[in-house]
Write a protein that binds this ligand. Structure first.
Ligand code: PMP
Length: 387
């Protein structure tokens, strides 16, 4: 039997992360494809969640989130960005940033609207924008620095444009969007009366003294922006599926109404544990970033030793290589080859575009949020294979 299903989902393949993880498992490869840490987050957060699970309550949490977590989200916004957030009306707990993005798109977009996304982009943006009945309009960033070009961005705006999606620090490129780039976006958003959805899941993973600047902190953006964070990234607990939205009350209320029909609520015991985590002293956040910076440096060293040209990484936990440096031309074929033969998995950067035809084919992304010995073994394998 054939059914006509929703083509937004039915006509898309499973995500590249599932494909490369399956390939890594099949070939016994080290998985530097999918972006998840191989060490769990802080023990005290795990124990707090375990205690809360046993002590209960284990019934539905409030739809918008447990007050302790929403208050902690508001405090974190003040501490890190000097943003004054009313926890009761301006925060929302979601089932990971992924569901937060979905809730934001479902809430803000109407059929016929257009949403601007910068390519390469995290894979859930386009399908969820389409699921809301809107159209993703792609603005391509140019390697190797992936900076936002004002002309290209302005050319993408039409009378139907509703919002701009911004991800910084950026997956897969590791670029931190600089203040000058933010100003270009903010000026356009104000001028054209748009909204912004900011995916800031890597907000605490910034290197070499570079600061993460939320678009929301720029003049006029406070009332037009939804900012999305993720406990998965900030506490290395990607399996918990806890994220949080911050924004002006009308936008957060709308997102809450979408969230209530998608996830309804998130697990209470995980929320109270993450609330404790967000209040950790600055030393926690500094150690998170510096440990990841050391992993970045180790990863770069290993990839260079194997013969790759690596691209700069300012934040997040991904490093791209130019595969032409090892005589390859096609990123998909390259990723299949190294998973099978070198036994290391990466992901092709062209999979972060709407279609491969508009994508550069020369970049592969390695994820470095892995134990030192894992990164060292991956480097050894790549070096052995390519020499
Ligand atoms: N946005 C970006 C840019 C990401 O890299 C990820 C996770 N890889 C997400 C959103 C999803 O985060 P979460 O696990 O909290 O859903």
């Amino acid at each position: 039997m054939t059914f006509s299903l929703n083509s937004v989902f039915a006509d898309r393949p499973v995500t590249i992360f599932q494909v490369m993880t399956a390939l890594a498992n099949k070939h016994g490869a080290i998985n530097l494809g999918q972006g998840f840490p191989d060490e769990d987050g802080p023990q005290d957060i795990l124990e707090a969640a375990a205690r809360a699970l046993v002590e209960g309550p284990n019934q539905y949490a409030p739809v918008a989130g447990v007050p302790a977590l929403r208050q902690a989200v508001a405090r974190a916004n003040k501490r890190f960005y000097d943003l004054d957030i009313d926890w009761e009306t301006e925060t929302l707990v979601v089932a990971g940033a992924t569901e937060g993005l979905a809730a934001a798109f479902l809430a803000l977009l109407r059929p016929g609207d257009e949403a601007i996304i910068f390519a390469p982009f995290y894979d859930c943006y386009a399908p969820m924008i389409e699921a809301a009945g809107a159209r993703p309009v792609v603005v391509s960033l140019s390697p190797p620095d992936w900076r936002i070009d004002e002309g290209a961005l302005r050319a993408a705006v039409s009378g139907r444009t509703k919002l701009i999606v911004l991800n910084t620090p950026h997956n897969p490129t590791g670029h931190i969007v600089a203040r000058e780039e933010l100003e270009i976006i903010a000026a356009l958003v104000r001028e054209k009366d748009l909204l912004a959805v900011c995916d800031e899941v890597y907000e605490h993973l910034t290197f070499d003294g570079r600061a993460h600047i939320p678009l929301m902190t720029l003049p006029g953006m406070r009332e037009r922006t939804i900012r999305i964070g993720s406990a998965g990234k900030t506490f290395s607990l990607t399996g918990w599926r806890i994220g949080y939205l911050t924004g002006p009350a009308p936008l957060i209320t709308a997102a809450m109404k979408a969230h209530q029909y998608v996830a309804y609520a998130c697990p209470a015991h995980l929320q109270s544990a993450i609330a404790m985590g967000l209040d950790k002293p600055d030393a926690y956040y500094e150690a998170l970033a510096s440990s990841m910076r050391r992993k970045r440096d180790l990863c770069r060293q290993g990839l260079k030793a194997a013969g790759f040209d690596t691209l700069a990484v300012e934040g997040a936990y991904f490093m791209s290589v130019d595969i032409r440096s090892v005589g390859r031309e096609d990123d998909v074929a390259f990723c299949e080859e190294i998973a099978e033969k070198a036994k290391v998995a990466a992901v092709p950067v062209s999979s972060f575009y709407l279609t491969r035809s508009e994508a550069p084919r020369y970049y592969a992304r390695f994820c470095f949020c892995k134990k030192r010995e894992v990164l060292e073994e991956a480097s050894r394998r790549l070096k052995a294979y390519f020499s």
